[in-house]
Ligand binder design. Structure first.
Ligand code: GLC
Length: 529
């Protein structure tokens, strides 16, 4: 059992909403907050405990909300502050907490702070951003590149200096060495926490501090991963600075000041050993840290198992992992992991909801939404627009939620949603909701099982010995989760028990006397006396 003083999010199932694509209440083709409110009953029915909203704050949308021009106001296309307060209240009435996305690394170039910062070298906000002179020979201040491609420095003609941006040039990086920046973000955290927000997903949490001396990044070598080699350098100085932990500890103190401490979830795309550092001593930094090693792993038993075991071993005592398969940047797991094979999708979902840790579903995971094939004209993500056809950007995983197979997919009454709809006939909520064999029913039953078995959701876990392409682990004292991630039948040796939930629902309640046979891409939860 989770002791009563354990935080709510340890036994929770979290659900990411990409507001632009969730539900459009006013027929402009763009999802909005009233649309989310309209679907809270659905989320409560599904059993979700908390929703994380991708940014709903004001933004000129160079990077769809991740370029913020006012951190304390709601973007008009999503609704009003009243709508937001109503969302927090209505969600709370259903036992659902609301988490905001906060983007501390950078602002929009249209943010008044940056407008002032770039207006003169002596402006009040000059030092709020990362400014530097070019070299005498006219070269850029240093070799840092943007993770969105191209140099990380852009010349500002008015003041003759360069500003740094780890992403788009429309997203200047803040200078987190400046105490006023830190104090202002304390206020932003409090502003939303005081409105009843239960926590924050912190955008690019590993990136915010830049080397104070702006040293050149070292070159990539053949031993580096694909991405590092592609950028030609290791992000040692433009990101991943150890001083970031001081800032995160400051936020944690702030979060812990509330009667119900606010949850901090970090976007932390770093190797497992570095991920563990973001949990601090286990209780003084992030509550949860997204594990991109897991998200990016191939859906094969040896690789997945290795990452989970490595993570469990690396985390400090008291720390709790988070597991996720899809998000608005990483594409949808039904396509990426499961190659749109329904059996594999079911298996991956069972895995996500059965590991020791907090699962974070992405809207549409529960019905198996796949990546959507788009044409060049459809693209909205600045990365796709810039790099097509070499890279199509992230839109394939951002298309609207498929509520029904009617016109607009139940998402919108507009003639054209902001991104095209996927295959509505193949996948939609309405068709799956009352179908006992559907993925949605499996998902809801798994969530319900977690909720009614705290020892399962919060219990400890240990791997069992299995054939190479199977993977099995205990949860608490009475449960075993077993997966066959292969196209061959496999036998896993387990204690005798009863199948509680199987990806093949025909096996639910089957008694297994011992050696457990698993069909190709089958997985189940076994309960023993
Ligand atoms: C994060 C967001 C992503 C955004 C980037 C820059 O990675 O998840 O969508 O483009 O930060 O803000």
């Amino acid at each position: 059992m989770t002791p009563a003083d354990e935080p709510w999010w340890k036994t929770a199932v979290l659900y990411q909403i990409y507001p632009r694509s969730f539900a459009d209440s006013d027929a402009d083709g763009v999802g909005d907050i009233p649309g989310i409110i309209d679907h809270l009953d659905y989320l409560a029915w599904l059993g979700v405990d908390g929703i994380w909203l991708s940014p709903v704050t004001v933004s000129p949308n160079a990077d769809w909300g991740y370029d913020v021009s006012d951190f304390c106001a709601i973007a008009p296309e999503f609704g009003t502050m009243d709508d937001f307060d109503r969302l927090v209240g209505e969600a709370g009435n259903r036992g659902i907490r609301v988490l905001m996305d906060i983007v501390p690394n950078h602002t929009s170039e249209e943010h008044p702070w940056f407008v002032d910062s770039r207006s003169s070298r002596t402006s009040d906000h000059r030092d709020w951003y990362v400014w530097a002179d070019g070299k005498e020979d006219g070269a850029l201040p240093n070799n840092w590149v943007s993770s969105f491609g191209g140099p990380g420095w852009t010349l500002d003609e008015t003041t003759g200096q360069y500003y740094f941006h780890n992403h788009l040039q429309e997203q200047p990086d803040l200078n987190w060495w400046n105490e006023d920046v830190r104090a202002t973000f304390d206020d932003i955290f409090r502003f939303w926490s005081d409105r009843g927000v239960a926590g924050f997903r912190i955008d690019v949490a590993n990136v915010i501090i830049k080397d104070a001396e702006l040293r050149d990044n070292p070159p990539a070598t053949e031993d580096d991963d694909f991405e590092t080699q592609m950028f030609g350098q290791r992000s040692v100085y433009n990101a991943n600075r150890p001083e970031v932990h001081e800032v995160i500890r400051r936020w944690r103190r702030l979060a812990d000041d509330y009667d119900e401490p606010r949850l901090l979830i970090g976007e932390t795309p770093v190797p497992v050993d570095k991920l563990a550092e973001f949990y601090g001593n286990g209780s003084d930094e992030l509550g949860l840290a997204f594990n991109f090693n897991f998200i990016s792993a191939p859906f094969r038993a040896p690789e997945m198992r290795a990452i989970v075991e490595e993570t469990e071993a690396a985390l400090p005592p008291g720390a709790w992992p988070a597991w996720t398969g899809s998000n608005h940047d990483m594409f949808r797991f039904p396509t990426r992991w499961a190659e749109d094979d329904p059996a594999k999708v079911r298996l991956a979902l069972l895995m996500l909801l059965s590991l020791r840790g907090t699962p974070v579903l992405y809207e549409g995971d529960e019905i198996g939404m796949a990546n959507v094939t788009l044409t060049q004209e459809d693209l909205r993500d600045p990365l796709g627009v810039r790099f097509y056809p070499y890279y199509e950007g992230r839109d394939a995983g951002r298309t609207p939620m498929q509520w029904s197979d009617g016109a607009g997919g139940g998402f919108t009454d507009a003639d054209r949603p902001w991104l095209p709809l996927g295959d509505l006939a193949a996948v939609n909520v309405q068709a799956q909701r009352d179908d006992p064999g559907s993925l949605l029913t499996l998902c809801r039953d798994l969530i319900g099982f977690r909720r009614s078995h705290p020892a399962f959701s919060a219990g400890e876990s240990a791997s069992l010995l299995t054939p190479e392409n199977a993977w099995a682990w205990t949860r608490g004292d009475r449960h075993v989760v077993a997966l066959n991630i292969s196209s061959e039948e496999l036998v896993v040796s387990t204690p005798a028990g009863t199948v509680r939930i199987c990806t093949d629902r025909g096996r639910d309640l089957e008694f297994v006397p011992g050696d457990l046979k698993l069909a190709p891409f089958e997985g189940l939860i076994l309960e023993h006396p």
